[in-house]
Design a protein. Structure first.
Length: 353
């Protein structure tokens, strides 16, 4: 296992990725960095046929339609993630006025597109966006601008540090009293967790220290972290475990005579909907040639810092591409494509089932 730090810098990400592939001769990449970094290196990985498992990117350009060596850990395309958020908010507030605070990038633009589609389809509200550079640590200006718009909801998408910065500024500087929705997976049991009280989010399909603290698998992972002296994170620690566990399963299915092409085929066999990971809820990952996203179930919840638990606010919604419940085949820009050499059944085979 070789690690490199790209410092969330796309240029540096390209440099260290080339070093790992060309100098260190890595077989595959595991859980590479965020959207901007992955977008910078994806063309290089595609050209060199290097498998990349669970990068933090949902850019449809690199996973849909024919990109056989890249498998996203995101819950569907970027547009789908925010479409799910929009549906959750509209289930509580059909006329919601929403401000999205997101990266100044294609990632942020795709999120805004999905959110707009949800609002147009399911409500009478309105949505605007405020952008920030991914390297920005202090989001006070964005918080003040967001609060000045007097929204019912502020949605934050970005890194954990930015989530705490924006929330603190919204509450303590701008005096914002409305709802905050996060897509950042902050450490709910870590420092400054009181800032996150009343924070909304869509719970993922995996168990963690906040959603299932008494689950045997959750307890076992936490014990392992303590024994190894690894910093505990109420959400991310368990996500990392799942990423490694699923990759190990794919390697086991591929067998000892590893090839990159063989690993890709093994992933389709390993994740056909029949196997459930140790930390998964009632959900089995499905990857197919038409679906290289970790599509998932989303369930709206609100965090109580006093109780140290989530209040579940609605039923679980499934967004699974291979079952036809994701945005592919349903949202403008993701129309089904006819049969081709790469996809003999077309890109939406579920349509004919």
């Amino acid at each position: 296992m070789i690690t490199r730090d790209d410092q969330y810098n796309p240029s540096l990400a390209m440099q260290v990725t080339m070093e790992m592939v060309e100098k260190d001769k890595v077989f595959a990449l595991l859980n590479t960095s965020g959207p901007q970094s992955h977008d910078a290196v994806a063309p290089y990985l595609i050209e060199n046929k290097v498998p990349s498992w669970w990068p933090w990117s949902g850019n449809p350009k690199y996973f849909y339609q024919t990109r056989p060596f890249l498998f996203s850990g995101f819950p569907g395309p970027d547009q789908q993630q925010m479409f799910a958020v929009g549906e959750s908010i509209l289930s509580l507030d059909p006329d919601a006025k929403i401000v999205l605070v997101d990266y100044a990038s294609t990632y942020g633009e795709d999120h805004f597109e999905g959110l707009q589609y949800a609002v147009q389809k399911g409500g009478q509200g309105e949505v605007t966006s405020i952008s920030f550079d991914p390297m920005t640590a202090d989001l006070t200006p964005q918080a003040v601008e967001a609060a000045a718009a007097k929204p019912d909801w502020v949605i934050y998408s970005g890194h954990e540090t930015g989530c705490l910065s924006l929330t603190r500024a919204l509450r303590q500087v701008a005096g914002y009293k409305g709802n905050i929705f996060e897509l950042a997976s902050p450490n709910y049991t870590g420092p400054n967790s009181e800032l996150l009280d009343g924070m909304y989010k869509n719970l993922p399909s995996a168990k963690d220290g906040t959603t299932a603290p008494n689950d045997p698998a959750v307890i076992a992972v936490k014990k392992l972290l303590e024994e190894e002296g690894v910093r505990y994170h109420s959400a991310f620690s368990y996500t990392m475990f799942t990423i490694v566990e699923t990759f190990v399963r794919a390697l086991e299915i591929a067998g000892p005579d590893l090839t990159r092409e063989g690993l890709v085929e093994a992933i389709y066999l390993a994740f056909d909907g029949t196997w459930t990971c140790a930390l998964c809820k009632e959900f089995a990952f499905i990857f197919t040639p038409e679906d290289r996203y970790g599509d998932t179930i989303s369930q709206l919840a609100c965090w109580s810092d006093a109780k140290q638990e989530y209040e579940i606010l609605g039923p679980a919604r499934e967004y699974e591409t291979s079952k036809g419940t994701g945005v592919i085949g349903n949202m403008p820009g993701f129309e089904c494509q006819p049969p081709s050499a790469d996809h003999p059944q077309g890109t939406c085979p579920w349509k004919s089932q």
